[in-house]
Each structure stands twice: as structure tokens, then as C-alpha cells.
Design a protein around this ligand. Structure first.
Ligand SMILES: Nc1ncnc2c1ncn2[C@@H]1O[C@H](COP(=O)(O)OP(=O)(O)OP(=O)(O)O)[C@@H](O)[C@H]1O
Length: 341
């Protein structure tokens, strides 16, 4: 539905060129929540700004529902922009307008009659849970409430797409969760495609269906959130995942484990149904081997389970090897490289 076709954007600063977006090809499907993650300067904001032509691509194209934005006459482009709502990290509300006034603004611009505007505004404020704040001014609101106004305003013209530019980065963790829940509701109940950028992996983990990882203007990895979390390919993706999933014990815990005689550690990963099966106990019993879970977690990602456990085995070396071979035929097992320390 939103398609980047080999899109690039180069900024010229005097003699210097900044290649903010380099040959990005991505297709974002209608109705999905798609996240773009990257460190500061990776090119995320620039990529977003190409979607509503706030920036023109230097080369390549951006298509929405098959229409190349660059070919649209001004009037058509204005019409299309109304179908793309946008929310921002710093909310961008009009401080001189009330909550209702902010939400009404895009409807006024679109020339909607006053009575209709009033009805739509109260419907939107009820949707975002701010009915009682209609006559307040932005400065009287908390950050989370301001973002709710931003969302109501972005939804006013019934967009097909909602673009979120670091929408939760200025909010505390609880408020972030509330806003992410609201974005999920926007997607589920209104069928709106949500395209968000963030530098926080937990945002991707909590609401996205798919994720693209950006670095130095390029998309270096793209896939479902489940696949990306359970099988990240690029080192940068791995770094992002480490920020939410600590998959190694601390040096202190490892030292204690070694002091108790621990030598070899294996990472066993379970995906989906198998997470609920007693695989470990059955196989270790069969070969009379003991096992000890040193570290790990089991998570629900996109309604599927994913387990990542660090395990040490005790018993006869041949029996451990046989158990390991059988285990490897069912789940992923790899020995963890431990530094000498
Ligand atoms: N209007 C501009 N003129 C010149 N350079 C720009 C402009 N906008 C962005 N850049 C440069 O393009 C690169 C990508 O910036 P961009 O803001 O898209 O990254 P980002 O991933 O969104 O980072 P952040 O999270 O810090 O906003 C950076 O090097 C930035 O300095």
C-alpha cells in the first residue's frame, strides 16, 4: 500500500552532501502496524517525510495505493495528504486553541460545516478518552493527554494511514504503554495502517507486526517482529534486541556459576508450540542427564511463544552428547562462547 521504490534522499549543505536515505525499497501492507527502528541519524525521519512528500526523493519513487506521489497535481496531493495523519514526539499542538479547537482545525481547513465538525470532534475525543478535556488548553494537559489530542487531530479527516514520528519518546513508561494501546486500537478498530519510527525496541516489540531496521540511510533488515526477535541477522538488529532482552547473565552471575563447577553453557531456543512441550525433561531423563537453567526468559511475541534459555548439563560426557544431538533435532541449541573471565 505504501511502497518505497529504490528511494533516496540527498541533502546538499554547501559543498557537502548528506545521503540521508539510500536506495530504500519497502512495501508496507494495508492494515499493518509497521515499525522502522534505527539509531539517531539513521534516516528514519527523512524516510517518513518522503511518505507525504514533505521531502521530495532525490531518486526513486514513493507510491501510495499504486499512485506515484511525484506525478500528482497539487490539488490531488493535498487531497491525499488528508488521508495521511501524522503525530509527533513534541505533539505540535496549537497552544492558543483548546483541545476541541485543535481537533477541529483540520476539519475547518477541509471546509466541513460547523455542526458536522462539532459532532466529529466529540466522537474523536470520546475515542481517545478525552471528552472531559474538550475546553482545556494544551498547557493544562499531561504529555500523554497531549498525545491523545494529537492522535484525535490526526484522525479527524479519517485517514487511511497514521504516521507516528517518535510518538512516545517524550513519555514515561506507563504513559507510553497507554499511547501504544491507543495506537493498536486505532489500527484494529479503524483499520488504519500505522507507520511508526522509533529508537526504542520495546515499542516495536509491543505493537508492530513487521519491522525494518535502518542504518546510515539503508534498510539493513526487514521482517516480522517474531522472526526478527527470534532470529536477528544483522549485528545492529542484535544490539537493538539486546536492549530489551538481556540474553546473557551478568559477569558476576557467570563467575558464581563457574565457581560452582560450571563449564559449558548452551543456549536453547524454543519457538511456538514446542515452548509448551516437556522436551528438555524428556530427553535428559532418557539419557540420565541433569540440566540446570542458568538464565533465560519466555516471551509472548505476536501471540506466539518464544523461549531463550541458557542451560548447563551434568552427567556422563557421552550421554550429554547423545542428549544434545536429540535435542538439536527438535529445538535450536548452540554452545555459548564464554570469555575466560
Ligand atoms: N533538512 C536537512 N538538511 C540537511 N541534512 C539533513 C536534513 N534532514 C536530515 N538531515 C541529515 O540526514 C541524516 C538522517 O537524518 P534523520 O533525521 O532522517 O535521521 P533519524 O534516524 O530520524 O535521526 P533522529 O532520530 O536523530 O531524528 C542525518 O545525518 C541528518 O543530519
Amino acid at each position: 500500500m505504501i511502497e518505497f521504490k529504490n528511494a533516496s534522499k540527498t541533502f546538499r549543505l554547501g559543498k557537502r552532501e548528506v545521503n540521508a536515505v539510500k536506495g530504500v525499497s519497502l512495501a508496507i501492507e494495508q492494515g499493518e502496524i509497521f515499525g522502522i527502528i534505527g539509531f539517531s541519524g539513521a534516516g528514519k525521519s527523512t524516510l517518513l517525510r518522503l511518505v507525504n512528500l514533505l521531502e521530495q526523493p532525490t531518486s526513486g519513487a514513493i507510491q501510495i495505493q499504486g499512485v506515484d506521489l511525484a506525478t500528482l497535481p497539487k490539488k490531488e496531493l493535498r487531497k491525499l495528504r488528508r488521508k495521511i495523519g501524522m503525530i509527533f514526539q513534541n505533539f505540535n499542538l496549537f497552544s492558543s486553541r483548546t483541545v476541541a479547537g485543535n481537533v477541529a482545525y483540520p476539519l475547518k481547513l477541509a471546509g466541513i460545516p460547523k455542526k458536522e465538525i462539532n459532532e466529529r470532534v466529540s466522537e474523536l475525543l470520546s475515542f481517545v478518552g478525552l471528552t472531559d478535556k474538550a475546553n482545556d488548553y494544551p498547557e493544562q494537559l499531561s504529555g500523554g493527554q497531549k498525545q491523545r489530542v494529537g492522535i484525535a487531530r490526526a484522525l479527524a479527516t479519517s485517514p487511511d494511514i497514521l504516521i507516528c514520528d517518535e510518538a512516545t519518546s517524550a513519555l514515561d513508561p506507563d504513559t507510553t504503554s497507554d499511547i501504544l494501546r491507543l495506537l493498536k486500537k486505532v489500527n484494529h478498530e479503524l483499520g488504519i495502517t500505522v507507520l511508526l519510527i522509533t529508537h526504542e525496541m520495546h515499542v516495536i516489540q509491543s505493537i508492530c507486526d513487521r519491522v525494518a531496521v535502518m542504518e546510515e540511510g539503508e534498510v539493513i533488515e526487514v521482517g516480522s517482529v517474531f522472526d526478527t526477535f527470534t532470529n536477528p541477522k544483522h549485528p545492529t538488529t542484535k544490539r537493538f534486541i539486546k536492549s530489551v532482552e538481556n540474553d546473557l547473565p551478568s559477569a558476576k552471575l557467570l563467575r558464581e556459576w563457574r565457581e560452582k563447577g560450571g563449564k559449558r553453557l548452551y543456549r536453547v531456543t524454543f519457538k511456538g508450540e514446542i515452548t509448551n512441550a516437556p522436551v528438555l525433561s524428556q530427553i535428559t531423563q532418557k539419557y540420565s542427564v541433569d540440566f540446570n537453567i542458568v538464565h533465560g526468559y519466555i516471551r509472548e511475541l505476536q501471540e506466539r511463544l518464544f523461549g531463550n534459555l541458557l542451560i548447563s548439563f551434568e552427567g556422563n560426557a557421552d550421554a550429554i552428547e547423545s542428549a544434545m544431538i536429540e535435542l538439536q533435532s527438535i529445538v535450536d541449541v548452540e554452545e555459548v562462547e564464554l570469555d575466560a573471565g
